[in-house]
Design a protein around this ligand. Structure first.
Ligand code: RM4
Ligand code: MN
Ligand code: MN
Length: 396
């Protein structure tokens, strides 16, 4: 087989296998804690979010599912399931992971699943159970739990008692999971709590997932680490322990900035993807959900999402093209510079022509961004949605 034919086949196989979930809240008006800059084209209803998601999938071919946030997207809870099912049909997009929302109600001021009040903890657990039922009604596999709980001042809460409450709450939630469903436990070092966060890092998430039960795994949000953290290393550990459930991709410079994937440090995404390729190349059974968790505060929403998916495809492809056999040989011989050059070389390879070939072969627009502009979709929604200016359906 010629070298280029072999390369094409590897590339096509990698791209065919790559899917990434997009978040409904990425299409809505979002902001910072200082306010929102409202965009006329932003989605303010779940119908509009489905419509935008369908557009992204049509252009990229890689985003068949959309993550939903319970309070923002299904305010009536399980009763909204039917409506979402018909939207799935109409738009050809399936509901993806279901995200419980334990951070908006006033009663969660001092915590939800970790609140010192047993009554409030009970209501939070009930919300978890409702979210699991919503997921079951929609045929969604994953319930992605991000818990905002924590405290702001030393001495004001018992850190250890809260761990115990959390273990109980997660066990009670896990007990409601249907077969095949998963509970993904997300962690984050700070914000909204600024002294201690109840699930602050991957070690805590790993422990809690293990205590919760066999259907619980860890969710790695790339923006939820301190700057010096080696994310691919903890990813390798989670793979090794069979506890990696999925990712929330975004990029950051300082904190949980939710910037476009790969916009600040594309090499990091490449290194994370490489760990996945190595493990699947070794025949490990991986079941990892790739999801985007971004809010586009200043960029146009649909445009930003298409750009994100394109970046993800490029980085996924670059990392798929690492000559892993040769790399393993060099690693064993401790040929440091040659190993690093091989690795780095794959990163610097321009894979865009290969991606264009794949897109053409799959009947997708060769240049999705240009196709978006030519489609007139953004102008159309700008006109249709102008005047609505809703700021619901997302945070800040
Ligand atoms: C959190 C966390 C969650 C996301 C919310 C909107 O920081 O990343 O996954 O659902 O933001
Ligand atoms: Mn997240
Ligand atoms: Mn976040």
């Amino acid at each position: 087989m010629s070298l280029s034919k072999d390369l094409n086949e590897r590339a096509f196989r990698a791209l065919d296998a790559f899917q990434i979930e997009i978040p409904s809240w990425g299409f809505a008006n979002t902001g910072t804690r200082f306010g929102k800059f409202v965009q006329a084209a932003a989605a303010s209803t779940i119908e509009e979010k489905f419509s935008d998601a369908a557009q992204v999938h049509k252009l990229t071919g890689s985003t068949p599912t959309m993550a939903l946030h319970v309070l923002w997207d299904l305010p009536a809870g399980v009763e909204d399931v039917e409506k979402v099912r018909s939207l799935e049909q109409n738009h050809g997009i399936r509901a993806g992971s279901i995200n419980p929302n334990l951070f908006q109600d006033q009663e969660y001021k001092f915590g939800s699943l970790c609140n010192p009040s047993a009554e409030i903890r009970g209501r939070a657990v009930q919300h978890m159970i409702d979210s699991i039922r919503i997921a079951a009604g929609l045929g969604s596999r994953d319930i992605s739990l991000w818990l905002p709980d924590g405290s702001n001042y030393p001495g004001t809460q018992s850190i250890r008692r809260r761990v115990g409450w959390l273990e109980e709450a997660l066990q009670a939630s896990h007990a409601e999971l249907k077969e095949g469903q998963r509970l993904l436990v997300e962690y984050k070092p700070f914000e909204p709590a600024f002294y201690h966060t109840d699930i602050a890092d991957w070690g805590m998430a790993l422990h809690l997932a293990k205590v919760a039960g066999p259907q619980a795994k860890v969710l790695v949000d790339t923006g939820h680490h301190y700057s010096a953290q080696n994310i691919e290393q903890l990813v390798a550990w989670l793979i090794h322990t069979g506890m990696l459930g999925g990712f929330h991709f975004n990029d950051r410079r300082y904190a949980d900035d939710d910037l476009t994937l790969g916009s600040i440090d594309p090499y990091q995404v490449f290194r994370i993807f490489h760990e996945i390729h190595v493990a699947s190349g070794e025949g490990l059974e991986l079941d990892v959900a790739f999801m985007i968790d971004q809010s586009h505060n200043l960029k146009g929403k649909v445009e930003a999402m298409v750009q994100t998916v394109m970046s993800a495809q490029e980085l996924w492809l670059k990392s798929a093209l690492v000559d892993r056999e040769q790399l393993a040989v060099l690693q064993d011989k401790c040929e440091l510079v040659r190993a690093e050059e091989l690795f780095r070389g794959a990163f610097w390879q321009d894979v865009r022509p290969l991606l264009a070939e794949w897109r053409e072969a799959r009947g997708l627009p060769v240049d999705p961004m240009c196709a978006l502009r030519e489609s007139g979709y953004v102008e159309q929604i700008t006109k249709e949605r102008a005047g609505k200016q809703s700021t619901g359906g997302s945070y800040a």
